[in-house]
Design a protein around this ligand. Structure first.
Ligand SMILES: *Cc1c(COP(=O)(O)O)cnc(C)c1O
Length: 359
């Protein structure tokens, strides 16, 4: 079976070497040395000042919303993974969906101002498929209306914007290091900020609100991650250059094989150094999508409907018309892309896709 993605695994011996250290120290979690080392290495790699390693990307979003004490309405994108919306609702805020740009699939900044009310407290936008949002336009609107900006950077590891890591932008940018992501720590996530006071506050939130062994600065939750997860992160970070190069090769190969079919992918932000982490294809109709899925399944392969359904149709949100997102969500598929993918497999998938849409 070929799935839409397959986690990268480092050589077992390299992971075992870290395990030996964990066994020596008998220090398994609670801000251990490997967690610290990973945070330092991630900051170095991304070129950011402040980063906290967390349990997962969803807790990262929740902590980002919590640390600002956001209330009321949060403007967000309907085209993302469900966690972008569920975190807003879980934190007692109301998501207000602003439709996406048809080419980049990111939130359309020209539609944001019309959605702002006196209850709006923030903008939470996803750099979808690792493609940076129109960061400048969003920043301008946020400044003008005094709104916080949180970016969901779950897909954006390795992406740059204007020569700097995309995690540098926004008041907080979150990451997910889930096993399905380009760079992973099995389960894991992070918050990145330029503000040291904010980082400190989030470090309390991560650890039950503790600011000392017997004192609590604030209401907190358990967002800590373990030495075992940090060890996987340290192993995988050594291979990140190869991982990114391979994703680009896969992207370019699919693009050349599918070039004569009249299909769309996404328009990459011109200011981006892109990570190519997914291979999204926008088909001409939902019917084509079903045909492609069926053909691939017949060959024991699976593509995923990233992202379906459109989040503005969830049963726990106020309905908002987002026609572009609804349309794209019905017609998009991500084709398989993973580190040890063979060119012959890409060729075969491309042939299956072409056959399915020409029938
Ligand atoms: C994966 C993902 C998340 C959630 O991350 P977890 O680490 O799985 O909790 C959030 N947002 C987006 C856009 C994602 O793709």
């Amino acid at each position: 079976m070929i799935n839409v993605t397959k986690p990268f695994l480092p050589p077992l011996a390299e992971y075992e070497a870290y395990l030996a250290g964990i066994w020596d120290r008998v220090w398994l979690t609670n801000n251990g040395p490997l967690v610290n080392e990973l945070e330092i290495k991630l900051k170095e790699y991304l070129g950011v000042d402040h980063l906290l390693f967390l349990t997962n990307g969803t807790i990262a979003l929740q902590i980002a919303i919590k640390v600002f004490g956001l209330k009321g309405e949060i403007i967000t994108t309907p085209f993302s993974f469900v966690a972008t919306t569920s975190s807003i609702v879980w934190e007692g805020c109301e998501p207000v969906f602003v439709d996406i740009d048809r080419n980049t699939l990111n939130i359309d900044p020209t539609l944001i101002e019309a959605a702002i009310t006196e209850k709006t407290s923030a903008i939470l936008a996803t750099h979808v498929f690792g493609n940076p949002c129109d960061i400048e336009a969003i920043e301008q609107i946020a400044k003008k209306h005094n709104l916080k900006v949180i970016y969901d950077g779950a897909h954006a590891f390795g992406t740059t914007y204007k020569g700097r890591s995309v995690f540098e932008y926004g008041d907080i940018c979150t990451a997910s290091f889930h096993a399905t992501k380009l760079y992973h720590t099995i389960e894991g996530g992070a918050v990145v900020t330029k503000d040291p006071a904010l980082l400190k506050e989030m470090s309390f939130l991560r650890n039950f609100g503790h600011n000392g062994p017997e004192t609590f600065a604030t209401l907190g939750i358990n967002g800590k991650n373990s030495e075992f997860h940090a060890a996987m992160g340290l192993c995988n970070l050594k291979y990140i250059k190869e991982i990114l190069e391979k994703r680009k090769l896969i992207w370019d190969t699919y693009t050349s094989r599918l070039s004569h079919a009249r299909l769309c992918s996404i328009q990459i932000n011109k200011d981006a150094g892109f990570n190519y982490s997914y291979y999204p294809v926008i088909f001409n109709s939902e019917e084509q999508v079903f045909k492609v899925i069926k053909e691939l399944e017949g060959h024991k392969m699976s593509a995923r409907r990233y992202f379906y359904p459109c989040l503005s149709t969830l049963n726990y949100v106020k309905p908002h018309p987002t026609p572009v997102s609804t349309d794209i969500a019905a017609r998009i598929l991500c084709l398989p892309s993973y580190h040890d993918m063979q060119v012959e497999v890409i060729d075969m998938i491309a042939r299956i896709v072409l056959r399915a849409i020409n029938n």
